[in-house]
Design a protein around this ligand. Structure first.
Ligand SMILES: [Zn+2]
Length: 236
């Protein structure tokens, strides 16, 4: 067997792990493109809300906890092609989709003041039993993508102390009740006077993020909290 053959096998293997086609339209990606081709990138329904002091995410998270800054890359429309990016990253063993989309988002945000003053990135945690079952936490992949561009460190100070029962088929209030008390902070003193950026994949009712924010503020009231997600549902 010649080297060419081995090399080709290697390339084919890489292609299986790393498909070099657009996740939306299936056209081959050219050098410099990741996950999306230029056309699908341009058509992504970006929210562009990160400069608003009270945007759709602040509204969704309006509750007992003040939120400093809030950003979300694109609107999540059920059944849309872009929604499948989130599903692939979350359930289909392809966290690198979340990682590269997060890098793309961070590159677009870095020219604004969004990341100014943020000390640490904390992904929404998965309960360890779920983590074992899924093998990865998609929010960690997003956090690492943001960190790769901004050099802000990713922490693991938030953890899920209870298993989350499924949120689908619950209304907003039921989701909120269901999420309360699930998350906790390991070392509150590490968050004293720190500005924390909490990361989630998709914001629907905001119940999960609110539960994380409440856990942080209850453990360490001096922490400032901002949030970032890859997507946010447009309407509830
Ligand atoms: Zn495309």
């Amino acid at each position: 067997m010649g080297w060419t053959r081995i090399k080709q096998w290697g390339n084919d293997l890489l292609r299986i792990i790393y498909p070099e086609v657009c996740e939306i339209c299936g056209t081959s990606l050219v050098t410099g493109e990741k996950i999306l081709c230029l056309n699908c990138d341009l058509n992504m329904p970006r929210t562009k809300v990160h400069n608003d002091n009270f945007n759709i995410i602040h509204q969704r998270l309006a509750g007992s906890t003040p939120i400093n800054k809030a950003a979300s890359f694109f609107y999540y429309y059920k059944e849309s092609d872009y929604a499948t990016l989130i599903h692939q990253a979350k359930y289909n063993n392809r966290p690198y989709i979340a990682y590269h989309l997060a890098q793309k988002f961070a590159k677009e945000l870095i020219g604004s003041n969004f990341f100014d003053g943020i000390d640490i990135i904390l992904p929404v945690p998965l309960h360890f039993l779920k983590l074992i079952k899924r093998g990865y936490n998609q929010s960690v992949a997003i956090a690492k993508g943001i960190s790769a561009i901004t050099a802000i460190p990713v922490g693991d100070n938030l953890y899920a102390r209870q298993q989350h029962s499924t949120q689908t088929r619950k209304n907003s209030y039921e989701r909120w009740v269901n999420a309360q008390g699930i998350y906790a902070v390991k070392n509150p003193e590490e968050l004293a006077n720190k500005h924390v950026l909490i990361i989630d994949d998709v914001i629907t009712t905001g119940a999960t993020l609110l539960a994380c924010c409440n856990a942080i503020h209850q453990a360490e009231p001096t922490a400032t909290i901002s949030v970032l997600s890859l997507s946010v549902t447009h309407l509830q």
